[in-house]
Design a binder for this molecule. Structure first.
Ligand code: F6R
Length: 237
């Protein structure tokens, strides 16, 4: 495991963009995440694209997850988030950007996503981490999931994500997420962590027991795990 500690969020976003850019070349496959943590890195990628330093023409992306019940056009959907924070602002072919469709039948959508993921190899998978150690929407559980599946969100995740909705009761209660096995199959994992409130879970995930009760702890076993954080999130390690 490599850990890059940066003095603030801006510097960690630049550091994360540097690492992701190593993989950006024609026909690469990037695994992407939503949430607050990667937003600064996406802004940095846009800045480099606008400066003529990056070309996304033949890049494919696969996102980790999506809320069940939200149409891609819904402002709270992860498809909308990705369009707004990255895809609409770079020269990527939208046909090559994949986010599960939350408005489709979840079972069919999971099957479709599993077929897609089995047809490609992710070069770098970007991850954030939930306060309960979730990655994607793989919540603490009795076993590590292998494939894309529908999950019921935990109360703590609903609470944390309610900041993006008018009220907690508007947060969808379930989601479709890539399985831990599919995340783990990426050649490289780029885990982004920011903020003091993540310090405890970051310590448990990276140095505590490997257990599905802390889904991110499985990343300790990955052969190419790169952690990029700010000092606050890394303060306990
Ligand atoms: C998002 C995702 C989640 C987030 C996690 C952290 O696609 O899969 O696992 O990465 O909830 O979210 P933030 O970055 O908002 O703290």
């Amino acid at each position: 495991m490599k850990i890059y500690s940066n003095d603030n969020y801006e510097h960690m976003s630049i550091c994360a963009a540097d690492i992701l850019c190593e993989a950006i070349r024609p026909n690469c496959v990037l695994g992407l995440a939503t949430g607050s943590t990667p937003v600064g890195m996406y802004s940095e990628l846009i800045r480099r694209y606008e400066a003529g330093k990056l070309d996304f023409r033949n890049v494919t992306t696969v996102n980790l997850d999506e809320y069940v019940g939200l149409r891609p056009s819904n402002e709270q959907s992860y498809r909308h988030f990705m369009n707004e924070h990255l895809f609409d602002r770079i020269n990527i072919d939208k046909e090559r950007t994949f986010v599960p469709d939350g408005s489709s039948d979840p079972e069919l959508e999971c099957k479709k996503y599993n077929d897609l993921l089995s047809s490609l190899t992710i070069d770098v998978q970007v991850l954030g981490i939930g306060h309960n150690g979730h990655i994607g929407f793989n919540e603490p559980s009795d076993e590590f999931s292998k494939l894309t599946h529908a999950v019921r969100l935990s109360p703590s995740t609903i609470k944390a994500n309610s900041r993006f909705f008018a009220s907690p009761s508007d947060v969808p209660i379930s989601a479709i997420t890539m399985g831990i096995g599919q995340i783990f199959a990426a050649k490289r994992i780029l885990l982004l962590v920011s903020g003091k409130e993540k310090a405890e879970i970051v310590e448990r995930a990276l140095f505590g027991p490997i257990t599905p009760k802390v889904p991110a702890s499985v990343l300790q076993l990955h052969g190419d795990l790169v952690v990029v954080g700010d000092e606050a999130a890394l303060s306990r390690i």
